[in-house]
Structure formats: structure tokens, C-alpha cells
Design a protein around this ligand. Structure first.
Ligand code: CO
Length: 627
């Protein structure tokens, strides 16, 4: 049975595409930039019951590549087009179809072929060309009002070779995405030669032969979760899995059964942006400041997962569906993986008599993996038996490379093989966390520890206290992590008090965070202004979806969180959305080569005064005897 937040199905997407075509909004120069479920208002979702009529509305972002304008069409799957809204000044994201055409145009360009020939390369088909948005100023002489991509280049010495070992330095093309015209062929003089050291990683190339004995995950009675459409129940948890073309994996309506009372924790959680600023001034690096979510549509690049490799154990997969720029609908089978993992011990105590109580920890995992050019990103959400929720991004794939002079000093890159440079960069994620602690309204509180002043409260110099400060407005809620005070933030419901009279809540526990190295005045600093706080909070607005704004591609900057929060709206006792910026500062290691072992970053949400005691106490002792 269909439910309000279910992702758009193949048949629904096909109906919407047919409607758009019939209405003349799609076809020829008119392209589909994004096709998303227009989620109903929260009140409507909350009020909906299984026998109620179901309204399914798609939000189509349309790009007229001739007129150079964006419009948004809201299409009811049953009723047709409801509304078309012009989006003045908006620019559509990179469309895979247009990237492919741009790359074809580069391959056909005689200037490009001539520049390659000067480098001893006579076969353009052995050149790996990528189309990247401009993350820095567009060069003089190029019309920056056009939608542009530029092309870093690598060489493939033989089929199956790792192209990133062989960057072609000093040669780049700039292409108009809408005309597929190569506007410029940039050819630097005195560019360094192409690095030659191969970097094989395929099993048949490396002969990888370090083996372990088999490790089988056997759940002879099946997994402990049940799946009904997009709804999942596991342990005391219930949630709805979602998928979006822009954000990829989404979680909805996460609830926990607290002794027969199902309590709301989160309404919608997603990674609303992922931006990768590069910190290297080299010509082949300084433009690489991609918004993988907002400029590419991360969900477009979702992998089909394979059993025993991506996920291990008793797996249940969900398939997802997408529409491309021309309206072709495709399904990605096994796009979302759900399984359980043993996660060590949940808790343990040996008492003074020698009596032992121990519980194993099981966690529920819902995950998906995307490949955006060189990099893989795994999005992993975990639910635990102590009421905690965790998000972990797994970063793997191949670091981007440029070419340099072997052994020469470099300021902003690691030399990983002779003349092969991996520029410094950051991976900055922004989670949009629409939490509803016990349904709401919610209030944001900052907690930090500090020593008490010496005196009666601190006679021995070791006493400290924790301050609780309500962050009452959007500006007050713009905060950074502070390990020195153990700072954390909790979202509480002041209308629901626990057994000791305190408001129930969940706290955001930051994990790995980083700080942007780009100046606020730089192009990327302006466009990704959200990265200058680890925490933001806003009153929930349906049209405030992405921290760098709705249309970040070639945007001048300032949109999204920095713009909305200038109003400094009150956020006390309201429907609060938390925005958490986290990530890694990637100074590549030689050992990140040729394929980076998984690097992790993320955060946790933990109950704080939400339950009357640890929910882990209700977890039964293992039935198979420990010995
Ligand atoms: Co990296």
C-alpha cells in the first residue's frame, strides 16, 4: 500500500513525465533537472490514515536550455499539473546527459586533439574527461551567465588502468552545457609531464592474496526486522525509509516504542548538502569545489549493491527509481540495504558477588552508496537498542590527482607517487535534522561544563557544573563545537516532563568535524556560507530545504542558511530544524592510494532524559549460553 512519504515509483515517475511532455514542458530544449516527491505538509502526513485518499505530488525542476530559465512544476500524479512557478535567476544543476554531451564535444574538438598531440597522446578515446562545475571565478572572456563546466583530464594507458594515476596537467576545456560548445581550450606552457607510475587496484591486476577464513553471518530464523513497503520495524523502533534524487537516502518518522507508548523522535533526517572545497591553487585543482548534492543530485549516482560485498548477512534491499534529463525513467535495483549487525557489548556489570550481567548490542543499519566521479560516499544510518541513532558517512574511492614535478616542494598537496599529487581538500556534510521530540514543540539547549568558582561550591578545586542555555533565536543557535567545555546541544520538549520533572530530549553528539579553510570572501566561502558554523537551527519551513539554497550551481553565494537566518527568527517552543555541519579535512596520505580505505565521519543522536532509565535494561539476556 502506498503511503504519503513513499518515494516516487517507476509508474508514478512515468505518469509525471508523460504529463510534462503532454503539456509541452518537457522535450527538445526543455529538460528535467530534478524530479522529486513533493512531500505533503507535516500536519497532513500526521493526520493521514491507511484508508484515507492519498494525494501524490511530484516537484519537477525544469530547465529550458534555450530560454535559460528554471521553472518548478507541481504535478499531481492523478490530476495533472497543479502549478508552474517561474524561478527567476535560478540555474539548473549539472545534468548527466549534458555532461556526456559536453565530453563528446571535447573529444571532437580539433584544438583539444592538437594539444594532446603535443603531449604525445594521439587517441582522444584514451583520455578520461570529467565535467566539473566551476567552484571559483570563471576566467575572463567566458560568459559567466552561461551554464559552464570545465574538464580535468586523465590518461588511460591501457583498458582497465586506474586513470587517476595519470593526470594530464595544464590542459582544460570549458564547455557551455546548453550548447555543448567548447568555449575555450586552456593550454598552459611549461606544465609538468604526466606521472607514469601505474596504480592498479583490481584483483586481477594486483594479485591480492591476503586471505582470511570465511566469516558467515547466519540468522537461521531470519532478521529481526520487518519491512512493509517503505516502513521498517526493528526492535522497538519504527521508521520509514525514503529516497530523493537530490539527497539520496532519507529517513522519515523515526519512533521508539517506550513500553507500549510509541514516541516520536525524528520526522525527517537527510544529508541536505555535501560540498568538497579544494585547497590547492594549482590550475587543475582550484576550480574543484563541487556541491555533490546540490550541483549533481547525489541520488542520481546511487549504486546497486551486491550481497556479501557491500552488505553482509540477512539483507533486505529496496529499489529506487529516477528520471533523467529527457524523462527516461530508470530503476536502481538494490539501492538501499537494510540489515542487522552485532555491535559488541551493549552493557555489562560484574557485581561484588561475582554475578555477571552482560548484553550484546545489535544495531539496525540502513545504507546506500553513491559514486560521484572518483569518490564513493556511503550513507549509513544506525539504530541502537539504547535509543541512540547514529549517522556515519563512509568515504572511499580514489583521491583526485594532479601532476607536479617529482620531488619539488608543494604547498597544498601530498606527493603520493613521483610527480603525482593529491591536493588537500575538505568533505563538508550538512545534515538537515527535522526532529520532533515527543511530537514537539521543541527548544534548543546548549550544555557545557565549567569549573565552579573556588569557594563553598568548589572547596577542593575539582568541582564543576554544567550550564544549560536556551538558544532562543536563529543567530543564538549558530554555534561551533568546543571540546574544552564538552559542549553539546539538546532538543527538548518543555511540554513533556520526565519522571524527575525535566523536559524530555535528545542530544546531538558531534563526531569528526572540521573547519573550512576557504576564506569567507572566496567564491566557495560565499557559496557554501553554511560551512562556517557546526550548528544552525531554524523554524521548520517546507521551502527551506538545502543549506546552500535551492539552486547552488553557479550561484553567487549567500543563499540558504546564511540568508534565512538574518531574520533571526525565534525558535523557542517551535518546530525546530537542526542543521549540523561535519566532515573531514583530507590531507591525503600515501596510504589513501590507490583506493582510499574507508574514512568515517558523522554524528549521533542520544536520548537525554527521554526515557526513565536505559532502554538497554529491557534487552533480554542472550538465549544461547555464553561460555
Ligand atoms: Co577526500
Amino acid at each position: 500500500m502506498r503511503r504519503p512519504l513513499d518515494p516516487l515509483s517507476v509508474s508514478e515517475l512515468e505518469i509525471v513525465v508523460a504529463t510534462l511532455r503532454a503539456d509541452g514542458m518537457l522535450g527538445g530544449p526543455r529538460l528535467l533537472a530534478m524530479l522529486q516527491l513533493e512531500e505533503p505538509p507535516k500536519d497532513a502526513v500526521r493526520a493521514w490514515r491507511p484508508n484515507d485518499p492519498l494525494t501524490r505530488i511530484a516537484r519537477a525542476t525544469l530547465w529550458d536550455s534555450a530560454a535559460q530559465c528554471v521553472s518548478t512544476a507541481f504535478v499531481d500524479v492523478s490530476e495533472g499539473v497543479l502549478e508552474v512557478r517561474a524561478e527567476p535567476g535560478a540555474v539548473a544543476p549539472v545534468l548527466a546527459l549534458q555532461s556526456t554531451r559536453a565530453i563528446e564535444a571535447v573529444r571532437d574538438d580539433e584544438r583539444f586533439a592538437a594539444a594532446l598531440a603535443l603531449r604525445g597522446i594521439d587517441d582522444v578515446n584514451r583520455v578520461h574527461i570529467e565535467a566539473w562545475p566551476f567552484g571559483s571565478a570563471v576566467p575572463d572572456g567566458i560568459d559567466a551567465s552561461r551554464r559552464l563546466v570545465w574538464t580535468p583530464l586523465w590518461f588511460r594507458p591501457e583498458p582497465g588502468a586506474n586513470v587517476y594515476a595519470h593526470p594530464i596537467e595544464g590542459l582544460r576545456c570549458i564547455i557551455d552545457l546548453d550548447t555543448s560548445k567548447v568555449l575555450a581550450v586552456e593550454d598552459d606552457v611549461d606544465s609538468p609531464p604526466m606521472p607514469q607510475t601505474p596504480a592498479p587496484y583490481r584483483a586481477d591486476q594486483t594479485g591480492a592474496n591476503v586471505h582470511l577464513r570465511d566469516l558467515a553471518i547466519i540468522q537461521k530464523d531470519g532478521p529481526s526486522f520487518t519491512v512493509d513497503g517503505w516502513e521498517v520495524r526493528w526492535e522497538r523502533w519504527r521508521l520509514r525509509v525514503g529516497f530523493d534524487q537530490r539527497e539520496g537516502l532519507v529517513l522519515h518518522d523515526v519512533r521508539f516504542d517506550d513500553n507500549g507508548r510509541e514516541r516520536s523522535i525524528a520526522y525527517r533526517m537527510s544529508i541536505a548538502e555535501l560540498v568538497i572545497p579544494y585547497g590547492d591553487a594549482a590550475p587543475g585543482a582550484q576550480r574543484k569545489q563541487a556541491f555533490d548534492t546540490g550541483e549533481f543530485g547525489l541520488g542520481n549516482y546511487t549504486n546497486s549493491l551486491t550481497l556479501g560485498c557491500d552488505c553482509l548477512g540477512e539483507i533486505v534491499y529496496l529499489d529506487v527509481a529516477l528520471a533523467d534529463a529527457e524523462g527516461n525513467v530508470r530503476e536502481i535495483p538494490q539501492a538501499i540495504c537494510m540489515h542487522e549487525e552485532d555491535f559488541g557489548i551493549l552493557w555489562k556489570h560484574t557485581d561484588e558477588t561475582g554475578h555477571v550481567e552482560v548484553r550484546r548490542s545489535r544495531r539496525f543499519v540502513v545504507s546506500s552508496i553513491v559514486t560521484v566521479n572518483n569518490y564513493e560516499y556511503g550513507y549509513f544510518w544506525y539504530l541502537y537498542q539504547d535509543g541512540s541513532i547514529e549517522f556515519e558517512a563512509k568515504l572511499t574511492g580514489i583521491v583526485l590527482t594532479t601532476g607536479g614535478v617529482p620531488g619539488a616542494p608543494v604547498a597544498s598537496a601530498t606527493e603520493i607517487d613521483p610527480g603525482l599529487l593529491a591536493p588537500y581538500h575538505q568533505h563538508l556534510f550538512c545534515a538537515r535534522l527535522d526532529l520532533d521530540i515527543d511530537g514537539g514543540p521543541n527548544t534548543l539547549v546548549e550544555v557545557q561544563a565549567a569549573p565552579l568558582p573556588e569557594g563553598p561550591l568548589n572547596p577542593h578545586g575539582a568541582s564543576y557544573t554544567a550550564s544549560h542555555t536556551v538558544l532562543a533565536t536563529e543567530v543564538a543557535a549558530q554555534r561551533e563545537v568546543d571540546p574544552f567545555t564538552g559542549r553539546y546541544w539538546k532538543l527538548v520538549n518543555r511540554e513533556v516532563l520526565n519522571h524527575v520533572g525535566a523536559p524530555v530530549g535528545y542530544k546531538l553528539v558531534p563526531g569528526a568535524v572540521t573547519w573550512p579553510m576557504a576564506s569567507r570572501d572566496s567564491v566557495i566561502g560565499k557559496r557554501a556560507g553554511f560551512m562556517y558554523h557546526h550548528l544552525w537551527a531554524t523554524p521548520n519551513r517546507r521551502d527551506e530545504r538545502y543549506p546552500a539554497g535551492e539552486f547552488p550551481f553557479q550561484h553567487a553565494g549567500g543563499a540558504g542558511l546564511p540568508e534565512w537566518t538574518t531574520a533571526d527568527r525565534p525558535i523557542e517552543d517551535t518546530d525546530v530544524v537542526l542543521w549540523h555541519v561535519f566532515g573531514t579535512n583530507h590531507i591525503p596520505r600515501v596510504e589513501d592510494w590507490p583506493v582510499m580505505p574507508v574514512e568515517r565521519t558523522g554524528f549521533a543522536l542520544k536520548p537525554v532524559g527521554f526515557f526513565r532509565r536505559s532502554p538497554g535494561i529491557d534487552v533480554a539476556a542472550p538465549t544461547n549460553h555464553c561460555h
